[in-house]
Design a protein around this ligand. Structure first.
Ligand code: IVH
Length: 682
C-alpha cells in the first residue's frame, strides 16, 4: 500500500515538473490550467495525508509557511561582477578592437542577448537540488533569498535530466547528467502585465504603487513573508554560470542549451553574430522591437561565445573583458508643468499628479505624469511652471524624472502640502512625514464618485452601463449619494438625465436588479474597505458565508482566518463597528441585495455534469470556448482538452476535427451543441 502511494506521489511530482517545464521553459503547455490544478491538488492532498513522504524538492514545497525574521548574508562562491556599459555603436566597435587585440588572429563569435531589467540572482544546485538563492548584493556577498525564490514556479527545485540531449555531451559521464555543484545566474523580473495588475490592485486598496516592474520585483524579493511573494508571479531567466564543479559547456550558446534541458528557463532573445557590425544591427533591431516583449529590457548584452576565449580575456577589477552592455537610452522628453493637481482616491488617499504641456513620448502623447506621493514631490521639488524631463517608467507610466533648474521661472514656489481635501475642503490626516495624506470626510464627493465607480465595476457588482460619466450625473442630480441609493433608482429618474433615453434607462435598471444576486465576496470587494481587495473578500466570504457573520466577527476571529493578517483584520473590524456601515448594510438588505455565499456557490446552476469530464470540439455559434467551459463548470463538470477513454462526454460543434473521430472510435458519448444545451436547460 505504502509503496503504491509513494509511486503515485513520485509520478505526480514528475508530471507536475514536466508541465512546469513545458509551460515556463518551452512555452508550449500541453494541459489546461485546470488539469494542472487537479494534479497539484491530488499531490497536495496525498502529502497532507502522508507528511512523512514530503521532500523539500516536491512542487508543493515552494512556499514556506513561516515568515522570516530577516535575511542572512552569504558570500558568493564566484563573485557576481558588473558589466561595462555603452550607449554608442562606436564604443561597441572599440570593444571589438580590444577583444581582437588580446586574441590575435582568432575568429570571434559574439552572442547578443537582451539585458533584462530586473534583479540579478544566483541559484545554487547541489546534486541537482536547489540549495541556495542569493541576490547580487555588493558582488561578493548578497542576501539569502532562498525562501522567496522557491515560490517562483519557473525555477526548478530539482533539475530534470531531460529526455534526449540535443547537444554533444562528451564532457559528461551520463549523457544528460549535471555537475554536482551548478550555480546558475540570471534575472528575476515581473512581466509588464503582472506589474500593471499589481499596481491596479494596490491603488484600489489605496496602497502606494510601484514606479516600475524592477522596483516591484526588488520589493517583492525583500518581503519577509514568502506567501506574499508567491502571489507576485515573478519570473526567472538564466544567462550565466557561477561555480560549477565540473566543466559544463564550451560556449555560451551550448551553456544555454544545456541549462534548458535541465529545466532552467534561459534568455530566449539570444542570437549569434560573427562580426561587430552584425552585433550592432541586432542591438538596433531590438531597440525597436522592445514592445514585443512583455517584460522590460534596458539594453543588449554582447558576450564572447567561446568560454576558452573568455578565460584568455580575463577581467578587470570590476568587470569581465569578454562582455559589454549596449544600453538603450530611456525615452525622455522635455515639457512644462502646467499645474500640480491633487487627486482623491476612493478611500480618501491624496496623490499629486502633474498636468503637463502635451508632449510626444515613446509613441504616445503624454499630458499627465505621476508624482507618486508627497515625499517624491518634495524630493524632486517639482513646481508649477517648471520645465521637467519626463520618462516612461519602464515604458509604462510617464513620470517626472527631474526638474531643469536652469529653466525655472522666477516666480515659482514649492508646492505646499494640502491642509484640506481639494475636493470637499474636509479635514485631512497626515502620517508623520506627510508622505501619505488622507481625506477623512466620509461624505467627500470625490471619494463618493470613485467609490461608486468601484462598487459598480466589473470585478465587483458588475452593473452594466453604470460607468463614471453616468455616476457623475447621478451624483450631481442628487439621485445617488450612497451605494444603497443605486437600488432606489427609478427608470423615469434615469431617463430624464442627459444622453439617456427610455431604453438605456430600462437596461440600467435591469442591470441593477441583476446585481442584487452577486455573492458576498463581490459585495465585500465593492464596499471599498481599506486593505480589502478581491482576494481578501473571497477568503472572508468563504470563511464567514454571510454579511451578518462578518459584522459580528471579533478581531481575533478575523485574524485567525488564513491570509487575513492583523492589518486587514483591524480594518474590517473598524469598518463593521462603524454606525454608518450598519445603516449602509441595513439599506442594502432592504433593497434586496443578497450578500451571502461565494462566487462558486452562486454560480452553481446544477450538478447535471457532476464529476464528468467534458470535451468541447469545433465551433458553437454564440459561445466562445471560455463560455462553454464556464457553463460546464457551472453544472458541476470538468472541461477537458483532450479525448481519452476517461472522457464522459464530447460536444461536437461545426468543423470538428480529430477529437470527434477519436470520441467515436473510443465509443465515448457525444452530443450536438443543441442536444447539450437542451439537456442543461431541462
Ligand atoms: S551577463 C559579468 N546577461 O546586468 C556579468 N547580465 O550590469 C555577467 N543582466 O548584474 C552578466 N540581463 O543583473 C548578463 N542577459 C544578461 C543580462 C544581465 C541583465 C544584468 C545583471 C547584471 C547587470 C550588469
Amino acid at each position: 500500500m505504502a509503496e503504491s502511494i509513494t509511486t503515485r506521489i513520485n509520478k505526480l511530482r514528475d508530471q507536475i515538473r514536466r508541465h512546469d517545464h513545458l509551460y515556463y521553459v518551452e512555452n508550449t503547455p500541453e494541459i489546461t490550467d485546470q488539469q494542472y490544478d487537479t494534479l497539484f491538488r491530488e499531490l497536495r492532498d496525498l502529502e497532507h495525508k502522508h507528511p512523512d513522504l514530503i521532500t523539500p524538492d516536491s512542487p508543493t514545497q515552494r512556499v514556506s509557511g513561516r515568515p522570516l525574521d530577516g535575511f542572512t548574508t552569504v558570500k558568493h562562491a564566484v563573485p557576481m561582477l558588473s558589466m561595462d556599459n555603452t550607449y554608442s555603436p562606436d564604443e561597441l566597435r572599440q570593444f571589438d578592437q580590444r577583444v581582437k587585440k588580446l586574441l590575435p588572429g582568432q575568429k570571434i563569435r559574439y552572442m547578443v542577448e537582451s539585458k533584462i531589467d530586473g534583479v540579478a540572482i544566483t541559484l545554487r544546485y547541489e546534486q541537482g537540488l536547489l540549495t541556495l538563492a542569493a541576490t547580487r548584493g555588493d558582488g561578493s556577498q548578497g542576501d539569502d533569498v532562498t525562501a522567496n525564490i522557491r515560490t517562483i514556479p519557473s525555477i526548478p527545485l530539482k533539475l530534470t535530466e531531460g529526455e534526449t540531449p540535443t547537444v554533444p555531451t562528451s564532457l559528461f559521464d551520463e549523457p544528460t547528467g549535471f555537475p554536482q555543484v551548478l550555480e546558475v545566474r540570471g534575472e528575476v523580473f515581473m512581466t509588464n502585465s503582472q506589474f500593471e495588475k499589481i499596481n491596479r490592485i494596490r491603488s484600489q486598496n489605496d496602497e502606494q504603487t510601484f514606479a516600475n516592474p524592477r522596483n516591484a520585483t526588488a520589493g517583492s524579493l525583500k518581503l519577509l513573508d514568502s506567501r506574499i511573494v508567491a502571489q507576485r508571479s515573478l519570473r526567472f531567466l538564466g544567462y550565466a554560470l557561477g561555480e560549477v564543479s565540473q566543466p559544463f559547456a564550451q560556449t555560451h550558446h551550448e551553456t544555454l542549451k544545456k541549462l534548458k534541458i535541465l529545466s532552467i528557463p534561459v534568455n530566449p532573445t539570444c542570437s549569434a553574430a560573427d562580426d561587430i557590425e552584425k552585433v550592432i544591427k541586432i542591438c538596433l533591431e531590438w531597440q525597436d522591437r522592445r514592445p514585443e516583449l512583455d517584460y522590460q529590457i534596458d539594453g543588449m548584452v554582447i558576450k564572447v561565445d567561446s568560454l576558452d576565449f573568455r578565460t584568455r580575456l580575463g577581467q578587470t577589477a570590476r568587470s569581465p573583458r569578454w562582455c559589454i552592455a549596449y544600453k538603450f537610452a530611456a525615452e525622455r522628453a522635455q515639457t512644462i508643468v502646467k499645474s500640480i493637481q491633487v487627486q482623491v482616491g476612493k478611500t480618501g488617499a491624496l496623490t499629486p499628479v502633474a498636468n503637463l504641456e502635451p508632449v510626444q513620448l515613446a509613441g504616445t502623447t503624454v499630458s499627465r505624469a505621476s508624482l507618486h506621493n508627497f515625499d517624491e514631490l518634495r524630493r524632486k521639488d517639482v513646481r508649477e511652471g517648471d520645465t521637467v524631463l519626463v520618462e516612461k517608467a519602464g515604458e509604462i507610466i510617464p513620470q517626472v524624472v527631474e526638474v531643469i533648474i536652469d529653466q525655472r521661472p522666477q516666480s515659482t514656489h514649492t508646492f505646499a502640502l494640502p491642509e484640506e481635501c481639494p475636493e470637499c475642503a474636509g479635514p485631512v490626516l497626515k502620517d508623520e512625514g506627510g508622505v501619505y495624506i488622507r481625506c477623512i470626510n466620509p461624505d467627500c464627493p470625490a471619494q463618493l464618485i470613485e467609490r461608486l465607480r468601484h462598487f459598480a465595476a466589473r470585478g465587483q457588482m458588475d452593473i452594466d452601463g453604470l460607468g463614471i460619466a453616468l455616476i457623475e450625473q447621478l451624483v450631481k442630480a442628487s439621485l445617488v449619494s450612497s451605494f444603497a441609493d443605486i437600488y432606489k433608482l427609478k427608470a423615469e429618474d434615469v431617463a430624464s438625465l442627459e444622453r439617456m433615453g427610455e431604453k438605456s434607462a430600462a437596461n440600467l435598471i435591469e442591470a441593477i436588479e441583476k446585481s442584487k444576486q452577486r455573492p458576498l465576496e463581490r459585495v465585500l470587494a465593492g464596499l471599498g474597505i481599506l486593505h480589502v481587495g478581491s482576494r481578501a473578500a473571497e477568503v472572508l466570504a468563504q470563511e464567514l458565508g454571510t454579511i451578518d457573520a462578518l459584522m459580528q466577527a471579533e478581531k481575533e476571529q478575523l485574524e485567525n482566518i488564513d491570509e487575513v493578517g492583523p492589518v486587514i483584520a483591524e480594518s474590517i473590524y473598524k469598518f463593521c463597528r462603524d454606525s454608518h456601515t450598519r445603516s449602509l448594510i441595513d439599506n442594502l438588505r432592504a433593497a434586496g441585495v443578497q450578500m451571502t455565499g461565494t462566487e462558486k456557490s452562486a454560480e452553481q446552476y446544477s450538478d447535471k455534469l457532476a464529476d464528468q469530464s467534458v470535451v468541447v470540439t469545433g465551433s458553437i455559434a454564440g459561445y466562445s470556448r471560455e463560455d462553454m467551459n464556464s457553463l460546464i463548470k457551472k453544472h458541476g463538470g470538468r472541461p477537458t482538452a483532450s479525448v481519452s477513454k476517461k472522457t464522459d462526454l464530447v460536444v461536437i460543434g461545426e468543423n470538428a476535427g480529430s477529437k470527434a473521430e477519436k470520441a467515436q472510435k473510443l465509443g465515448v458519448k457525444t452530443m450536438t451543441p443543441e442536444q447539450f444545451l437542451t439537456f442543461l436547460e431541462q
